[in-house]
Every structure is written in structure tokens, then in C-alpha cells.
Design a protein around this ligand. Sequence first.
Ligand code: KIV
Ligand code: NA
Length: 270
Amino acid sequence: MKNIPDFQKWKAAGKPITMVTCYDAATAKILNATSVDSILIGDSCAMVVHGFDSTVHATVEMIAAHTAAVRRGAPDKVIVADLPFLSNRKGIDHAMDAVDQLMKAGANAVKLERRKGNVQLVEHIVDSGVPVMGHLGLTPQSVNEFGGFKMQGKSSSAAKALVEDARMLEQAGCFSVVLECIPGDVAEEVTRSVSIPTIGIGCGPEVSGQVLVVNDLLGMDAQFQPRFARKYDNLSERIASAVDRYCADVQSAAFPATGEYTSRLAKLEG
Ligand code: KIV
Ligand code: NA
């Protein structure tokens, strides 16, 4: 099984690291049989699965429950779980309880957003034997500070701060850092400035790996298409079509077929 130390090996080997989000056991079972390196139980779960308008609504219990489900479906994958909104900002005991819950649910590592005020906590978590992934740039938990889901790091001072933040997170012991929605040249500079791998989303190609929300790459929401995501399928259309065909078959009595039903029943009854 791959694990956290492999991130450094992949970077050293120049192999782009692949990561996708996942929230449920059924999808995890599918992912377990793919070549994807790692699975993130993102707090995007609050939006993608629970229908909230931001990740502010994610809770430790929510992420832990989805982490446990994904672990049951994907026993062989490296799993990272998000520390949700404010769970790492209410003191070290509270934060460590959250880490404890996510690790017991089956994560191999936790991820937390931003650098400021988190360095000592990252050190403590890492010193406790729990790998930590950082997350800089458009950190969605700060949507109210940003005034929307807007690209970050555009000014030269913001770009400099990102490089500094990434260095400090590396220094604190992070094994990797997600860069979200920052200019490609800034992501490239951050990547060059640290020895840990950077995992990009909406940052262009000059990073050590990529992460996408699995629902976005599968095209699960016809109305939602972030500019940086690429749709590898149109599952929303294909699912709707399958359900409509099922309904039509029920209406026309094409399903269930009488013979199909009775032979299955006979099998069940032995
Ligand atoms: O919650 C999430 O899905 C994430 C990724 C987009 C990096 O944090
Ligand atoms: Na997240």
C-alpha cells in the first residue's frame, strides 16, 4: 500500500501526484481500483454532498463519518481528511480531539487551511505522529474574508506571502501543501521554494501534483463547472437518462419482466 512517505518519493521521481476527493464508500470502492495516488475527504463535502453554500458548515462529525465510509470502500488508498472550519482554532485540546476522530475514522493524514496561527499546532500534530498537509491560496473556509471564491496571490506582496507561508509550513513539518486558485507563475515559485510536494487545484501545471473534486471531474452537476476543472464525463446527464429509462420501463411494464422476477424469486427461495 502507498502511504504518506511516498509523496516525497513521487516528487523526487518527478511523477505528478494525483489526488481526488471522495465522500462515500460506493465511489471509494471504484477509486480503490484506479491508479489515483490518494483520496481527500475534503470539507467540500459540506457543499458537494450536503448542499451548503460554503465549507463553513462542515463539522468534525461530518468529515469523520465520510472518512470512515471512504476507508471502508478504499482500504488500499492514502487518505487525507480535512480539519473543518474552526476545528483547529479552539485551542490545542479541541484540535487534537478533531485529529483523533479523523485518524480513528481511517485517515492517514489531516489537512488544515492557512498558515497564520497554525504553525505551533502543525508542529504538535506532526510530533504526535500524524502527517499534516497544508492548504494555501484560496482557502475556502475564509470565503467571508475574501468576499467570495476569488483567486488569491495576484499582487506581488501576496505572492511573496504565499512563498513565505509555504516555507513556514514546510518548516513546521507539513509533508505537502495544497495550492488553490493562485496564478500559475506564483504556484511555480512556491513549488520551487519548498522541498515538499505542492498539490495544485486551479494553479496550472507547474506544481508537484493535482487534486480535483471528484464530482467536478465526473460532471455530476450540470450547473456547476469551475473554470479550472476538466469534465471527464457527464454523469449528471447519464444518471438522469438511466433513471428516466427505468421510469419509462416501469410505466410501459417492460420492467420488471415477469419471467425475470419469478426466476429470481425461485432462486431466492431455493
Ligand atoms: O475540500 C476540498 O475539496 C479541498 C480540495 C479542493 C483541495 O480542500
Ligand atoms: Na477543503
